[in-house]
Write a protein that binds this ligand. Structure first.
Ligand code: FPP
Length: 265
């Protein structure tokens, strides 16, 4: 088997959690904005397409590490609703790449018990890609391993508008009393309905933006920004993000239970 055809470079090797990380305080769900493929290619005098190919390898490595380290869900931003404005050649290349990757990797994803899903407005993707997505989703739906979500033609605002439309329709049909709409009912109409919210958002290549990604779901996520370009994202970069995450004190709007803030009102 060639090194790049499988989801892992070496299927038999399980990567152990880096020393010093607390197994009990890992994020359940990691979201990633995989940025910098183009810059990675440019800095090497290569075409952008090769940056995206290298990005796929970084993604395989990241998925394998997350799976081995016991992360329950990984959600990545592969193509945004705004990415259609890129040159036609690049858009076509990316769509063809998604098809090829899905086709080539499905068997190893299945062997590794990965549950794969695609989140976004999938109707406007090429038909062949839609078919492959449907196939991959059905084949892996019952898998008990990591849940791997690829956001494709995804936009956070679009997702919220679609959820509002679905709720409005249910109300008009008489299925739903508008006064009953709460955060849980709203969240159940999002693409991420069956997932817990991400605990950690990683953004590569130094940009400090959310870029219309998981606007609702990231409400309380810790954000880790790294200058590493996505194709260079590796075990060391992931482990750094996890150490950063474990150094944070998550309060969800409340007070730190361990601090003395309570006594100074
Ligand atoms: C950002 O780099 C990356 C993308 C737009 C696409 C990333 C896609 C993959 C890694 C493939 C995933 C595929 C599947 C099917 C799982 P950029 O082009 O924005 O880089 P730049 O900001 O340096 O130009």
């Amino acid at each position: 088997m060639s090194r790049t055809s499988a989801i892992t470079t070496d299927q038999t090797k399980v990567c152990t959690l880096p020393t010093g990380l607390d197994k009990g305080r890992l994020p359940s769900h990691i979201a990633v904005i995989m940025d910098g493929n183009g810059r990675w290619a440019k800095s090497r005098g290569l075409p952008r397409a090769l940056g995206h190919r290298a990005g796929v390898e970084a993604l395989k490595t990241t998925l394998r590490l997350c799976s081995d380290w016991g992360i329950k869900a990984l959600t990545v931003y592969a193509f945004s609703t705004e990415n259609w404005s890129r040159p036609e050649d690049e858009v076509n290349f990316l769509m063809a790449l998604f098809e090829r990757v899905l086709q080539n990797e499905l068997e190893s994803l299945q062997n590794e018990k990965v549950r794969i899903n695609f989140l976004g407005d999938l109707d406007s993707l090429p038909r062949r890609l839609q078919q492959l997505i449907e196939e991959a989703r059905n084949l892996t739906a019952m898998n008990k391993g990591i849940s791997f979500n690829v956001c494709t033609n995804y936009g956070g605002r679009r997702e919220l508008v679609l959820a509002a439309q679905k709720l409005a329709k249910r109300s008009l049909n008489g299925d739903l009393d508008p006064d009953m709409i709460d955060e849980n009912i709203f969240a159940s109409e999002l693409f991420t309905a069956s997932l817990v919210d991400p605990d950690l958002l990683i953004r590569t290549s130094g940009e400090r933006r959310i870029s219309n990604f998981l606007l609702w779901q990231l409400a309380y996520a810790e954000i880790h920004v790294t200058d590493v370009l996505w194709p260079d994202f590796d075990e060391q970069a992931l482990s750094k993000a996890l150490f950063d995450y474990q150094s944070r004190c998550r309060r969800f709007g409340g007070l730190d239970p361990m601090s003395s803030e309570h006594h100074h009102l």
